[in-house]
Design a protein around this ligand. Structure first.
Ligand SMILES: [Cu+2]
Length: 465
């Protein structure tokens, strides 16, 4: 399809210095200085009585991450193909070049959060905190906030939930190249547990039902689903309350992604084909099909792990038409499961406290699956048994202040749910003896413009006696 070209946007591609030519296409009006960080708020906990009780009233920087925004790192895919990534590298991250996806950041609701960032431009980068409500300068939207150099983002999350952070400069490319990570807003008392006992993982809260115990809790209204023990209902309008939360035993993070290796191949030298026609880049050029204006996924991932089709079909090659599978028993290392502080001490060696990708749980556990679509295309997710959808797009269903307008629901086994890029879904299920064995959740990647099924990946769910 040809566009008439009458609706051009008056913008320019900026020439770059020798040696940086064409670094990452579409770099309009790049900044050359970093803005001053506005007046810093103390990264502190808004529950002073809790802090005082813990002897932590003077604690500082507890809710701060230090992160680099990297670009140009190569990671081989399942068949050895080297794909270029943009990556977050957090201080304390064992992997020197950063990780794909970025480390999960957990923040207690209401805590003032700081991200001390350093860009390594060009190209410029930002961090957008999707689903949060920072001030405009801290919102991380390209041209409207920090883009380059050093900057300290700060915000105070007001609602528990499942969010994510990503670069919002040249978003389609930078997000697509992997510059994103999960952002979990835990119950407000999560801070108390992790700061009073380093053996307690970030995110756990003092149990409201079992004195002296600590547990993970997620906001959910499971009034209609008594299979999940420990639910605390009631009025959640009271700040810092654990009402309308339920404990979970196992946490899994599924991040669906796809890559077009042609985009990767041309990223370092987009001028090899840009512009194809015209003489005024960004104004009268006509992009040739098959490059940055035309996304054709040929590699697929779940939480950074290859959906490897060769384990099913040894003759598989990269591209649509093959089914892949991720390995069983995959854990996200604890060091990447908390951007705010680390799981240290004995907790770091306890796999049951770490976030899973493929699921492995004994009978009698509550399993929470957080599933983000970070792919360019839509995904269609199907569980092999009934699950309860407790949140959509990051916020719990059926809880105040909008609980009258929605509610959690059962997604029956074998029935699929489809969602588009940036959307999140959280489900709960309880492991019973009927589920013993290994089953698979299926995730189908659906091409946006025509609904074609491009790739199916299988995620193992193992339940043991
Ligand atoms: Cu970026």
């Amino acid at each position: 399809m040809a566009f008439p070209g009458v609706f051009t946007i008056p913008r320019r591609t900026v020439e770059q210095p020798a040696g940086e030519a064409g670094l990452w296409a579409k770099m309009f009006d790049p900044p050359n200085v970093s803005p001053m960080t506005p007046e810093l708020l103390v990264p502190d906990n808004p529950v002073p009585e809790v802090m005082a009780a813990a002897g932590l009233a003077q604690l500082r920087k507890a809710n701060t991450v230090v992160t680099d925004l990297m670009h140009g790192d190569k990671i081989p895919a399942w068949d050895g193909k080297e794909i270029i990534y943009f990556l977050f590298r957090q201080k304390g991250n064992d992997l020197a070049k950063g990780t794909f996806p970025g480390p999960t950041i957990r923040i207690p609701r209401g805590a003032i959060f700081h991200a001390e960032t350093q860009g390594h431009g060009p190209p410029p980068h930002t961090i957008h905190w999707h689903g949060q409500e920072p001030t405009p300068m801290n919102d991380g939207v390209g041209h409207c906030s920090m883009e380059i150099g050093r900057y300290t983002y700060q915000f105070q999350p007001n609602a528990m939930g499942f969010y994510f952070y990503h670069c919002h400069r040249n978003t389609v490319q930078h997000f697509e190249f992997g510059l994103y990570g999960a952002l979990l807003i835990d119950p407000p008392t999560a801070y108390f547990a992790s700061q009073t006992n380093p053996a307690i993982p970030i995110g756990q809260v003092p149990s409201p039902t079992t004195p002296g115990a600590f547990e993970f809790r997620v906001q959910a209204n499971t009034t209609a689903f008594p299979q999940f023990p420990g639910f605390l209902g009631g009025d959640i309008t009271t700040k810092d309350s654990l009402n309308m939360t339920v404990p979970y035993d196992v946490e899994a993070l599924w991040v669906f992604d796809d890559r077009d290796s042609v985009w990767s191949d041309f990223a370092p030298d987009p001028r090899a084909f840009f512009p194809r026609r015209g003489n005024n880049p960004g104004v009268n050029d006509r992009w040739a099909p098959g490059f940055f204006n035309d996304f054709n996924a040929d590699y697929w991932f779940v939480t950074g792990v290859d959906s490897d089709p060769s384990v099913i079909d040894p003759g598989a090659v990269a591209g649509p038409g093959f089914m892949g599978r991720i390995p069983p028993d995959l854990l996200i290392p604890s060091g990447l499961n908390s951007g705010v502080g680390r799981v240290i001490g004995e907790a770091a060696d306890r796999p049951e406290l770490q976030t899973q990708i493929s699921i492995n749980a004994p009978v009698g556990k509550t399993v929470l699956v957080r599933a983000l679509n970070a792919a360019y295309d839509n995904v269609r997710v199907t569980f092999p048994f009934d699950v309860v959808v407790i949140s959509w797009d990051g916020r719990a269903l059926g809880v105040p202040p909008f609980g009258n307008y929605n509610r959690p629901f059962v997604l029956p086994g074998g029935v699929s749910i489809t969602y588009s890029v940036a959307r999140r879904m959280e489900v709960l299920f309880r492991t019973t003896a009927l589920l013993i064995g290994t089953q698979f959740a299926t995730v189908e990647f659906i091409r946006n413009h025509d609904g074609a099924l491009l790739h199916t990946t299988l995620i193992p769910i193992t339940v043991t006696a």
